[in-house]
Design a protein around this ligand. Structure first.
Ligand code: PMT
Length: 219
């Protein structure tokens, strides 16, 4: 298979966490570093794809040749990803918040006298991956990730079907040496025809192996 199969295509990647503001000083976030998604964007650009990277708040440098669009919240990521269509390929590696505060307090929320706690009302965010997969400008190939702490295959297969994507890369989170923040990972990639295990290994190498599978699907 040619490593140039992605040359000239438009590849759209999301990476990193989203931060959901509670008030001007507090937010709900997660442990995503952006390393997995940035490695995929870097590899796509090296293969000659016109690569757009929608990045949540991370501290990583922009890979060479990549058009980076920074966002903070799930709503901003949703708008940036859908606004970047059309694309030939969408790879959703971001860890998007499933819930966001119903309201952002204008001022810093103060502790009340006594030992009273604080109850936050959270509402669902829009599902970016599912919205890309059902969009009028749907990319030819939509690949999602599944971050799982248990039952990886069953949960990844469920997301593959429910979100109507072409491929899903499941990874274990909450264990050392894989998933969030680590330099290494193991990907269990599922599609309608079967599965592949990539790794364990560095996220840079896994990005190349994942794009080999993507390129093969596009031929
Ligand atoms: O960033 P790193 O530190 O390198 O870590 C990599 C990673 C663990 C974040 C990455 O490999 C990964 O698993 N990304 C997906 C994390 C996630 O949010 O998984 P999920 O199972 O909750 O979501 C499934 C899919 O739906 C994902 O493609 C996600 O981007 C997408 N999603 C989820 C919610 C939402 N509102 N919109 C979405 O698009």
């Amino acid at each position: 298979m040619s490593r140039d199969a992605l040359a000239g295509l438009r590849v759209l990647v999301s990476a990193g966490p989203t931060f959901e503001d509670i008030d001007p000083v507090r937010f709900i976030g997660n442990r995503s570093s952006g390393k997995m998604g940035f490695a995929i964007a870097a590899a796509a650009a090296r293969r000659g794809a016109g690569t757009v990277l929608v990045a949540g708040p991370v501290t990583l440098d922009t890979p060479a040749g990549v058009d980076r669009r920074d966002v903070r919240s799930a709503a901003q990521m949703h708008a940036a990803v859908l606004g970047a269509l059309p694309a030939d390929v969408y790879i959703g590696a971001a860890a998007v918040a499933d819930f966001t505060p119903a309201e952002v307090a204008e001022g810093k929320i103060k502790k009340q006298p006594g030992s009273g706690g604080l109850t936050l009302e959270l509402v669902r965010t829009a599902d970016i991956l599912a919205d890309v997969a059902s969009h009028a400008l749907r990319p030819r190939l939509v690949l999602g990730f599944a971050a799982e702490t248990a039952d990886l295959e069953a949960n990844a297969q469920d997301k593959l079907r429910r979100k109507r994507v072409d491929m899903i890369a499941g990874n274990c989170v909450g264990v050392a040496g894989s998933g969030f923040e680590a330099d290494d990972n193991t990907l269990h990639v599922f599609d309608a025809t079967g599965s592949h295990v990539l790794g364990p290994g560095p996220k840079t190498g896994l990005a190349e192996a994942l794009l080999d599978l993507v390129a093969a699907r596009l031929q």
